[in-house]
Write a protein that binds this ligand. Structure first.
Ligand SMILES: [Ca+2]
Ligand SMILES: [Ca+2]
Ligand SMILES: [Ca+2]
Length: 474
C-alpha cells in the first residue's frame, strides 16, 4: 500500500472556492518587492568558461532571474541563464523538447563542467502546456500510466559513458515499464551526474517570489538559532490492524533514524504515539515557530498530508494546502522532506475538478502541496523534496527492504553526518546511494521489487535551487 491518502481531507470543491477567493489577496497583501534594477548586466558566461549552475527558463522569466544570478556569482557560484529558445536552436537533434533540454545539459556538462541545473517553469497557469519541458516516464500501474521525473534530466550518462536516453527501444516513449511486466526500456542508469532542482513557476510573480526567498535565505540563515531545530512529524504509517506484518509505528521509526543522523540539531517530534500529533493545528504551530529542517513521514495526496494513530484506521486531521496558505514562519524557512505520495505532483490543475476520479485523488488543486509550501509568501519552506507519484515503501516490496523512507533517511545522513551541504549534492548522493544499495535487476522474473526501486528514485523531485547552500553563507 503506497503512501497515498487521496480520500482524506476537506472536500475539493470547497478548496476550489477557497483558493479562488483567497490566493490572490494573500499574495497581494504580503509581498513587496525591491524595484528591479533596469541596468541589465551581461550575465552570460564567456564562450569557453566553466560554470557551476545552469539555469534553464523561458525567455519571459529570464529578467526576473537576474538578481539570483548576481547573488550566486557574489558567492562564487558561477551561473549562466540559458533560454529555451536558445536551447532549441542549439540542440535541434533532440526528438522532443525535453530531449533537446537534456542534450543541452549534456553539452554544458561535457564542455562547461556544470554541477547543477535549475529548471524554472511549471504549467502555464492551469492549462495543459508547460513553461519548461517535463519528462513523463511510462511507469504504468493501476493508479497512474505515467509519472513526472526530473531525474531524467540529471542522469546524463550510463556506466559505459553513453548518453542515457531512457529510451533503449528507441520508440520515443521513455522509461517504459508496466508494473508486473518486463521493461520495454532497460538499463536506465539512474545515477545523476548533476544536482537538479525545479521551480515549477507558473508566472513571473512566482519567479520573483522564489528569487527573493533564495537570496534572503542564503544571506540571513547562517548560525541563526532556529536553524538548529529539526521538526519530525509522523505516526503509524501502516496500522497493524490491516496487516500483521506492519508492526510498530513506521513513520516514527524512520523519523527517529532521521534525527539520529542530525546530531548537531535539536530534535522536536510530533508523534501520534505520545499524543503530540493529533492534526493539522499541531503541524501548523510547529512550522510557524521556524526550523532548519522539517520531515514528514506518512500518507499524502497532491493537496493533503496525514497519518494514522497507533494501530488505528483513524487518520490525524489532514494538513492541507489550505493550512499551508496560512503559514507565517516568515524568513525561518526549513528544508522540507515529505514522506507520502504525490505531494510534488506538479501537473495538477483546478480544471481537474470536473473529473470525479482526479478530484478524489486530490489533483484538482491550483498548485500541489509541495510547490505551495515552497513558493509560499511570508513562510513555508525554502526547498521541498517529495514524490511526483505514488511513493512506495518497503511494505510494497516482496523483500520488505528499502523503499522511499530509507532514501529520505539517507538524505539527512548525507547532510548531518557527511556534511554535504549543497542541496543538489545531498539529493544526488542520496539517490546514488539508493541505487547502489538496491541495485535494479532489469530482468527480474518473479517480483516487482526492482520496478518499485526505479519508481522511487524517478519520482523523488526537488523543488528548489539545487545550488542552495543549506544553512546559508557566513
Ligand atoms: Ca521506449
Ligand atoms: Ca548517470
Ligand atoms: Ca505499523
Amino acid at each position: 500500500m503506497p503512501r497515498c491518502s487521496a480520500s482524506i481531507g476537506i472536500a475539493d470543491f470547497r478548496q476550489f472556492l477557497f483558493t479562488c477567493l483567497t490566493v490572490a489577496p494573500i499574495i497581494n497583501a504580503k509581498i513587496s518587492y525591491n524595484k528591479i534594477e533596469r541596468t541589465v548586466e551581461n550575465d552570460n558566461i564567456g564562450d569557453d568558461s566553466d560554470y557551476d549552475l545552469l539555469i534553464i527558463c523561458p525567455k519571459k522569466f529570464s529578467f526576473a532571474l537576474r538578481p539570483l544570478v548576481r547573488h550566486k556569482i557574489k558567492h562564487n557560484v558561477s551561473t549562466n541563464i540559458v533560454t529555451l529558445k536558445d536551447i532549441y536552436s542549439q540542440s535541434p537533434e533532440g526528438r522532443d523538447d525535453a530531449e533537446k533540454v537534456k542534450l543541452f545539459i549534456k553539452d554544458a556538462y561535457d564542455n562547461r563542467n556544470i554541477s547543477y541545473v535549475l529548471l524554472v517553469g511549471g504549467k502555464k497557469s492551469q492549462f495543459n502546456s508547460w513553461h519548461c519541458p517535463v519528462r513523463y516516464v511510462q511507469m504504468g500501474n493501476s493508479w497512474e500510466t505515467q509519472i513526472l521525473s526530473d531525474l531524467y534530466f540529471a542522469d546524463i550518462y550510463d556506466s559505459e559513458g553513453i548518453f542515457s536516453s531512457w529510451d533503449s527501444d528507441d520508440d520515443g516513449l521513455f522509461g517504459e515499464w508496466i508494473y508486473g511486466e518486463q521493461p520495454d526500456d532497460k538499463y536506465l542508469d539512474l545515477y545523476p551526474e548533476i544536482g537538479i532542482g525545479r521551480l515549477p513557476c507558473r508566472n513571473r510573480l512566482e519567479v520573483r517570489i522564489m528569487v527573493r526567498k533564495i537570496i534572503k535565505y542564503e544571506k540571513s540563515t547562517y548560525d541563526k538559532s532556529w536553524f538548529w531545530d529539526i521538526v519530525a512529524i509522523a505516526g503509524d504509517t501502516y496500522p497493524e490492524c490491516y496487516n500483521e506484518t506492519w508492526v510498530g509505528n513506521e513513520g516514527e521509526y524512520y523519523s527517529d533514524l532521521v534525527l539520529e543522523n542530525m546530531t548537531d540539531f535539536r530534535p522536536i517530534t510530533y508523534y501520534t504515539s505520545d499524543g503530540t500529533l493529533n492534526g493539522w493545528f499541531d503541524i501548523y504551530r510547529a512550522i510557524n515557530k521556524g526550523c532548519g529542517f522539517l520531515y514528514f513521514n506518512g500518507h499524502a495526496s497532491p493537496r493533503t498530508w496525514s497519518t494514522h494513530f497507533t494501530n488505528s484506521s483513524n487518520w490525524t486531521k489532514a494538513f492541507t494546502v489550505n493550512h499551508i496558505r496560512l503559514l507565517h514562519n516568515r524568513n525561518k524557512l526549513p528544508i522540507c522532506v515529505v514522506g507520502g505520495c504525490h505531494t510534488n505532483q506538479f501537473d495538477v490543475s483546478i480544471f481537474k475538478a470536473f473529473n470525479s476520479l482526479q478530484r478524489w485523488r486530490g489533483e484538482a488543486t491550483i498548485e500541489c502541496w509541495s510547490w505551495l509550501m515552497t513558493r509560499k509568501v511570508g513562510g513555508g519552506s525554502i526547498a521541498t523534496i517529495g514524490c511526483t507519484a505514488l511513493g512506495f515503501t518497503k511494505e510494497d516490496k516482496v523483500s520488505f527492504k528499502g523503499g522511499a523512507c530509507i532514501l529520505e533517511v539517507q538524505f539527512f545522513k548525507q547532510y548531518g553526518q557527511d556534511n554535504v551541504d549543497i542541496i543538489g549534492d545531498t539529493w544526488a548522493n542520496a539517490v546514488s546511494w539508493y541505487i547502489d544499495t538496491y541495485p535494479v535487476d532489469w530482468n527480474q522474473p518473479l517480483t516487482n521489487d526492482s520496478w518499485i526501486d526505479v519508481q522511487i528514485v524517478q519520482t523523488w523531485n526537488l523543488f528548489g535551487d539545487p545550488s542552495l547552500k543549506i544553512g546559508g553563507y557566513p
